[in-house]
Design a protein around this ligand. Sequence first.
Ligand code: GAR
Length: 190
Amino acid sequence: MILISGSGSNMAAIVRTAQQEDWARRHGARVAAVLSNKADAAGLAFARAEGIATEALSHKAFDSREAFDTALAQAIDRYQPSLVVLAGFMRILTPGFVARYAGRLINIHPSLLPAFTGLNTHQRAIDAGCKVAGVTVHQVTDELDVGPILDQAAVPVLPGDTAETLAARVQAQEHVIYPRAVRAFITALA
Ligand code: GAR
């Protein structure tokens, strides 16, 4: 099950890899559903076109994080997923939610953790004078962007880079390592 908030390019990379490598036949695994907290997320249209079930659940319809996360868990549990993949899902999750999916909740973060948790990672890496930047896939724990690291990829920071050019270089690596991390998880299950 994959959770998104926006374009869903990482979700699409996982879906495409699952198709190309025939995860259904080889690993008995499939993307059960794609859920977004934004009904107009472009990624939902992609998933629908691929014949994947989609759900939209707006956090704005709830008056607390706890209430949203309770509804989110109900929506997720209908699919009984082995793994919950956060792919640009831009919501901070409550401890209760994280505990419910402990060990089977993973996230992708656009920095070489433990450097640059939080937002604006690319601009902060440029401002700090970093010569390398990158992306991390990690298990989600209570502390934001701090859980055990599962996979990483590094890219150079080039002279003249802007947050946008660096983000594009990092995203190309995101699309390599996120499918790889999901594959590692599902092959360990099989
Ligand atoms: C990705 O770059 C991901 O690393 C980042 O959001 C983007 C989503 O893109 N995640 C975070 O910043 C998490 N704090 P996508 O919707 O095209 O996959």
